[in-house]
Design a protein around this ligand. Structure first.
Ligand SMILES: [Zn+2]
Length: 674
């Protein structure tokens, strides 16, 4: 299970027609006083005080749903990656094997006339296979062999065993929906009802684009909605899935077959290339029972419509602009409020990053990631780990026995900074000049099979789940490691040459955040080696929950948009990590600089600069549509509360800005876990 640092949206397949040029803006410093709004009292609204100027200077571009420090940095990184890809695309003979792959893939994506000329031909083989299905049992072989198998019915992949984190096992999970979360099928407010109506219309239009009559398209869209609603009803909620015990159901193959006898599991597993599976983890057993009754209930003809819909949904990005546009109008506009598609080059860079991320990342790191950044970040990581060690030792609410285990876990955390020690081997992935759909589908299939190939093998702890240019970070509770890609260790979130205070407030806070994930509501259920094992005494567990519920109550009181409040149970892990992370970063910073005489800079004390550095990492403008979507799908609170919710719990903040006891940024009943 992985906890990310900033939010990521994966359901929207972006793209566009017009190529635009964008040049990286002059890199913003880690602390930028011109981005502040000093007319606002920091003790009243610290977020606006830190970010008011930034928000005025940085309106949301029409191709973005939210525009913040992280998104802007990611956008600048895309420009760097584009120059690398254009060079790789042009280079003639003498290119390395990786350069050929990333260059030809990128060029095939950029060749829009070729994509238009090809029309719906990339769909033809899979459509023919669907048409040829003779009975419902044949669907198993089709899905397992499809270019994007995980888009149909459920997800099948490899994962670490919850009970023995050293082993890779087969893992089966709910899936098969076209909306970004099961809740979208059931929410009763008017906006959600509108979204469902728009979804059915979108499905209908995609069928029409494939050449179906208006009448048939309407019927087919209704079928898709009916099937998906049934699957959604049996799907676990995001909150339920935060408890790993709800996902841990080891089953022998006959037990799975008993749950879903109508699906040919033997054929599916064999065709996916995993013939010898005798047992596996079924994350959401109820889903597979419901799946079976749906299989029985719906006709083969209706299932064919369901398969055709998910085929075209997964392939729209490789198809002519009419498909791309319709896809954008629904997923881009309705869920994210986008006004226009992003320029095609951004989509193409993201595609290469998605399918050949470590080939691209290797070139990126050589050119853009200075060794000094890695050294400096590694040093801060060690200091923050030391701060957490002292913190655990001094905790008044935790027993000595549990402290011993907590320290064991802390000492077991592995740090990964920048990029992998060993790069992924893409030699078996064939990239053909001019074959965009083929490249994309082979890339997806390569990753699918690479994942399944791990089943039954020992876990490789050196692997990364994010590519080096990614502007994000994560903690992995089954690996018990924290991961900081090169992309997140650059200005304005990190600058090895800048003064310490804002660096510790910003990247130090992120490091503390990831470390704290090992001890949040989800992470605390795993031990030092990443096994799902309760190492807490009952009383200590209760004490933790008491403190955590202070935080979930606090955040549940914040309004996101309209009358939608934060779901404090969904965001609990991230909120705990934000608060614990910043406290640890503060302590580590104080300790690292205890022998230095720190001066005010630009009129701000070192303590103030620490907090402003933190606040400015979250400067964000955001559209209402994405706020509503994130309220359901995103375990992170909105940036405003990631700032104000945290500092209002910290006495260090109150002291730094001399806030009165009754100021809005000073909570009367402060929450603190770590
Ligand atoms: Zn996080």
């Amino acid at each position: 299970m992985r906890s990310f640092c900033v939010f990521v949206l994966s359901f929207w397949m972006a793209a566009s027609a017009a190529a635009q040029t964008a040049e990286p803006a002059h890199k913003q410093p880690v602390l930028d006083t011109t981005s502040m709004d000093t007319t606002v009292d920091p003790c009243t609204d610290f977020y606006t005080y830190s970010c008011g100027g930034w928000m005025k200077k940085n309106p949301i571009p029409p191709d973005q749903s939210s525009w913040g420090t992280y998104e802007k940095l990611q956008d600048e990184t895309l420009v760097q990656l584009r120059t690398l890809l254009e060079t790789a695309a042009k280079a003639g003979p003498g290119r390395s094997a990786n350069e050929q792959k990333i260059g030809d893939y990128y060029a095939s994506c950029m060749d829009e006339p070729a994509v238009e000329a090809l029309g719906t031909k990339p769909l033809a083989p899979a459509l023919a296979s669907i048409a040829a299905l003779k009975n419902k049992a044949d669907m198993a072989a089709f899905v397992a062999g499809a270019p994007v198998p995980s888009i149909y019915f459920f997800r099948y992949h490899s994962a670490q065993d919850f009970k023995d984190s050293s082993q890779q096992i087969a893992y089966l999970d709910q899936g098969g929906l076209g909306l970004p979360d099961r809740d979208f099928y059931f929410k009763e407010d008017a906006k959600s009802a509108d979204l469902r109506k728009a979804y059915v219309e979108h499905v209908e239009k995609m069928f029409a684009l494939m050449g179906d009559s208006a009448e048939a398209s309407k019927r087919e869209a209704a079928t898709v909605m009916r099937i998906e609603t049934a699957l959604a009803a049996a799907s676990q909620t995001r909150v339920a899935r935060r408890d790993p015990h709800n996902l841990d159901h080891w089953m022998e193959l006959p037990a799975l077959t008993a749950k879903s006898p109508s699906f040919d599991w033997k054929v599916f597993l064999a065709k996916a290339g995993t013939t010898n599976i005798a047992s596996l983890n079924v994350a959401s057993p109820e889903f597979f029972t419901a799946f079976d009754s749906e299989l029985k209930k719906e006709t083969l003809a209706d299932w064919k419509d369901y398969l055709r819909w998910h085929l075209v949904r997964s392939q729209a990005q490789y198809l002519p602009s009419a498909f791309m546009k319709e896809n954008f109008d629904f997923y881009g506009r309705k869920f994210q409020g986008l006004e226009q598609m992003e320029p095609r080059w951004k989509k193409c860079v993201n595609d290469v990053d998605g399918d050949l991320g470590e080939a691209l990342g290797q070139v990126y790191v050589e050119k853009f990631f200075p060794p000094a950044a890695k050294e400096r970040a590694s040093k801060i990581v060690k200091e923050i780990q030391a701060a957490m060690e002292r913190d655990i030792q001094q905790l008044p609410w935790m027993s000595e026995e549990t402290k011993k285990k907590a320290l064991e876990k802390l000492h077991g955390v592995a740090n990964k900074i920048g990029y992998p020690d060993k790069w992924r081997d893409y030699s078996k992935l064939e990239i053909v000049a001019g074959d965009y759909a083929g490249n994309g589908n082979r890339g997806t299939r390569f990753e699918y099979e690479r994942g399944l190939g791990k089943i039954g093998k020992a876990v490789d702890r050196g692997e990364w789940e994010m590519t080096p240019p990614t502007v994000n970070a994560y903690y992995d509770s089954q690996m018990n490691n924290i991961n900081f890609p090169a992309g997140v260790l650059q200005p304005p979130v990190f600058d090895a040459s800048a003064d310490d205070a804002p660096n510790y407030g910003d990247t130090g806070g992120t490091i503390g955040h990831e470390l704290t994930h090992g001890f949040d509501d989800e992470g605390r259920r795993f031990d030092a080696t990443g096994n799902l094992k309760d190492w807490w005494s009952e009383l200590d567990g209760k004490e933790f929950e008491k403190r955590a519920s202070c935080i979930s109550d606090q955040y549940s009181g914040y309004t996101i948009v309209d009358d939608i409040k934060i779901n404090g149970k969904l965001t609990l892990g991230e909120d705990v990590a934000d608060l614990g992370g910043l406290i640890l970063a503060y302590v580590a910073w104080k300790d690292a600089t205890k022998d230095q005489k720190l001066e005010s800079i630009e009129g701000f004390t070192p303590e103030q600069r620490f907090f402003i550095g933190y606040g400015q990492s979250w400067c964000t403008n955001e559209r209402d549509e994405i706020k509503r979507t994130r309220a359901i799908t995103d375990p992170h609170s909105p940036e405003k509360y990631r700032t104000n919710g945290v500092v209002s719990n910290m006495t260090q903040f109150q002291e730094a800005f001399h806030c009165k006891a009754d100021a809005p940024m000073v909570r009367k009943d402060r929450c603190q876990v770590w």
